[in-house]
Design a protein around this ligand. Sequence first.
Ligand code: ASP
Length: 451
Amino acid sequence: MKVTKFGGSSLANAFQIKKVCDIVLADSDRKVVVVSAPGKRTSDDIKVTDLLINVAKSRIAGADYKPAFDAVINRFREIAEELEITDVLPSIEKAVTEVVESKIVDTVLYLDSVKAMGEDSSARLVARYFNSIGHKAEYCNPKDCGLFLKHNDVGKAVILDETYDNLAQLRKDEDTIYVFPGFYGYSKNGQIITFSRGGSDITGSILAGALRAEVYENWTDVDSVYAVNPNLVKNPFPVYEITYDEMRELAYAGFTVLHEDALFPVYVRGIPVNIKNTNNPSAKGTWIVSKRTHYDSLITGIAGEKGFCTITIKKYLMNQQVGFLFNVMRIFMEEGVSIEHIPSGIDTVTVIVRKKYFTPEVQEVICNRILKELAATDIKVERDLAILMIVGEAMANSVGIMARAASALSNAGINLRIVNQGASEISMMFGVAESYCSYAVKVLYKELFRY
Ligand code: ASP
């Protein structure tokens, strides 16, 4: 069986929902459907999730939340009317109203519960539409099905282990299409917890993992993933096959196809993911797999992301001092900052972290501790680094790619501040000034894909 997840653009209006249902009905293996909240209908439209966030924030602030609330209900009314299933509206309105008007005990949990109502209403709507056209379908409530989550110490939603066993019981009837709302689950004491934005991808992946699906289909609005950001390069090469590992390397530099936490549940179980286009179902899409069957090119993709800092620590005779690096890392750990890379020299070490976690306040604490506790000679912070990733498993054992990439960047006048390549040879990483990020990605694409 296949778990089939549809994103917000696939649920944006009645016309799109009809396409979703046609796709599901075209393959009898598609019996578990995960839906997002309705997305934008036009570029200046507002996603239902954003409308719901406005509702919650207004209510928290004691302001008038009615206009945003009405906008949400009207979106669903419009869709239901066009699909001729207005009898579903009272259940949607009741569920949304109950949550929106509930007592605000904790603002974070309140916001989570209101945000989840877009997906919840979408699932009710799609299940009802299947019924209305003569198919057995059921709306699944994540609490009844046992999708349990908790917040970890930094407020991120994490999946409780029992969730997988609970969801494995989902398909009681083989002929029924189970329609599951994405994006949220419940705490053990019955409170709604949402994932971060785009989190319906995670729900689909959890279900695919729990049900040991043959494939996790993720339907969106592009024919495939591209080798480089299509906003930077016109008509980039499509990627028809990519491994989980390659995907992870590219996602690291901002190449986002799925939510970054969505690969893990399918990765550990070896379930392939197929990215497909709701607006062009016959396109073969992109397969994310554990092992590739073929390589179209040496390089799978190129990505670049801004937002990194370097902290360069100097200490004379550093290499002779046992435990110096350990102590540097300990200080970062104690201050709660995750380290991304640590290129080192003989008497210097550079720690690379993401700027968003290395605020000026954190910087001051960490730098003072390193200078005082480790008697470092000097410490220099630069807050303008971009990371470029060149990714491709086929690069292993092939000669000259680093040379070509480096000389293309040098011909373009781009200084390489950091170079890093692990022995697995799956990726090459360069650090350049943030102002060069997009230009450098274009230069690398032009060189390595020879277009
Ligand atoms: N509706 C949520 C969002 O807009 C979750 C999702 O679509 O995956 O982020």
